[in-house]
Design a protein around this ligand. Structure first.
Ligand code: NAP
Ligand code: MG
Length: 402
């Protein structure tokens, strides 16, 4: 069989611990035998990040701007324990944070739906994709504890000398105070990312905020989404038969629970933080969740939503057997390869991505799965496989399809 060719390199960001082990297995068994894999490789493993003073993370993000599509393995975000474990020069920032700051984007998370792993919400038949705004609000707040009576004021000092002042609250006794902000620029690019992603994946877009209470702040989000929709996307949505739907966040939550899925739910930063954990655990498992960063300039970075599965890695290092789920990491690769295929009009590559996903899902549906899924599946006849054998079982299915 002739291997599939790739015109443009994919930016490949390797990572840490158990997911680094899976990364190599996936490449060796599921990709390299079928594709003349053309990647520009960046080692985001913590050791090399430390060696390069984290320059490699910046280089990888810049390469993503150059080529447009990247695939990323899970990486360690260093904390105190990692400082001594890896003998680090300093406590580097989260690679995802660094990359996001350079690409400026919105993170979309979607569950991988498979027969046998049923969502707790029984009417959810199709995936719900959550789009989380990743700038501002309480994540960039300033706070105060107030310990005596007095007036709390909201003050803005214009560079032109204009000063605006509003009473927040007169305190008779102790209490708390918080200031938050957001920026039109950031909301605009969030909105564009959401509309583009909806068109790209042919799904409706829902957005909810609390503009009845927060008339100016959340009202601005609603207004910007409406303007961008009317001015830039309405025609495209209508042509594609898609809907943009705005409502109060409470109403959206109620509708989400009763819906059958198959849409994108755009959330403000805090709502997205909380709701993505609800949606992902209701769909079954973090190991069955994909994540893609979409920048307003049209760059895409695909990854798994879970971390480096440290506990499994230590077992692996001690020579013990692991049963780590590689599905989300496989889907990061297929997402990136499909997008690369679409951009390069490389049909064979995009079709390969489809086949690899089908082979993965049919492996699980035939009862062969890793331990995390075996614990929650409704299938009766289940074989629990180790990390490597699960990938080999997928390969067997894939070979039948090729
Ligand atoms: P984690 O790697 O997501 O794992 C937490 C637990 O979830 C695991 O111990 C395992 O449970 C289960 N799990 C997660 N993924 C699994 C998979 N693919 N297959 C089977 N089970 C899976 O989170 P963590 O242990 O809190 O974090 C480890 C490291 O990952 C940290 O250094 C953190 O900085 C990093 N991290 C990176 C990213 C990223 O790069 N996107 C995201 C989150 C965390 P059992 O042990 O019970 O089997
Ligand atoms: Mg959270």
């Amino acid at each position: 069989m002739k291997k599939i060719q790739m015109q443009t390199p994919l930016v490949e960001m390797d990572g840490d611990e158990m997911t680094r082990i899976l990364w190599k297995m996936i490449k060796d068994e599921l990709l390299v035998p079928y594709i003349d894999l053309n990647t520009e490789y960046y080692d985001l493993g913590l050791e090399y990040r430390n060696e390069t003073d984290d320059q490699v993370t910046i280089d990888a993000a810049e390469a993503t701007k150059k080529y447009g599509v990247a695939v990323k393995c899970a990486t360690i975000t260093p904390n105190k324990a990692r400082m001594s474990e890896y003998n680090l020069k300093k406590m580097y920032k989260s690679p995802n944070g660094t990359i996001r700051a350079i690409l400026d984007g919105t993170v979309f998370r979607a569950p991988i739906v498979v027969k046998g792993i049923e969502p707790c919400v029984k009417n959810w038949k199709k995936p719900i994709t959550l789009a989380r705004h990743a700038y501002g609000d309480v994540y960039k707040n300033s706070e105060m504890y107030i310990d005596k009576p007095g007036d709390a004021m909201l003050v803005f000092k214009g560079e032109d000398g204009e000063e605006r002042c509003e009473l927040i609250q007169h305190f008779d006794g102790p209490g708390v105070l918080q200031g938050v902000h957001n920026l039109d620029d950031s909301i605009v690019s969030f909105a564009r990312c959401c509309f583009n992603y909806a068109l790209d994946t042919k799904q409706d877009l829902w957005f909810g905020s609390k503009d009845t209470i927060s008339k100016t702040y959340d009202g601005r989000f609603k207004e910007i989404f409406n303007q961008i929709y009317e001015n830039e996307f309405k025609d495209k949505f209508e042509a594609a038969g898609l809907t943009y739907f705005y409502s109060l966040i409470d109403d959206i939550v109620a509708r989400v629970m009763k819906a059958e899925g198959g849409f994108i739910w755009a959330c403000k930063n805090y709502d997205g933080d909380v709701m993505s954990d609800m949606v992902s655990s209701a769909f079954g498992s973090l190991a069955m969740m994909t994540s893609v960063l979409v920048s307003p300039h049209g760059y895409y970075e695909y990854e798994a939503a879970h971390g480096t599965v440290q506990r499994h890695y230590y077992r692996h290092l001690e020579g013990g057997e692991t049963s780590t789920n590689s599905v989300a990491t496989i889907f990061a690769w297929t997402g990136a390869l499909r997008k690369r295929g679409e951009l390069d009009e490389n049909k064979e590559l995009a079709e390969f991505a489809d086949k690899l996903e089908k082979a993965t899902l049919s492996t699980i549906e035939s009862g062969k799965m890793t331990k995390d899924l075996a614990l929650i599946t409704s299938l009766k006849d289940v074989t629990v496989l180790n990390s490597k054998d699960f990938i080999l079982a997928i390969k067997e299915n894939l070979d039948k399809m090729m």
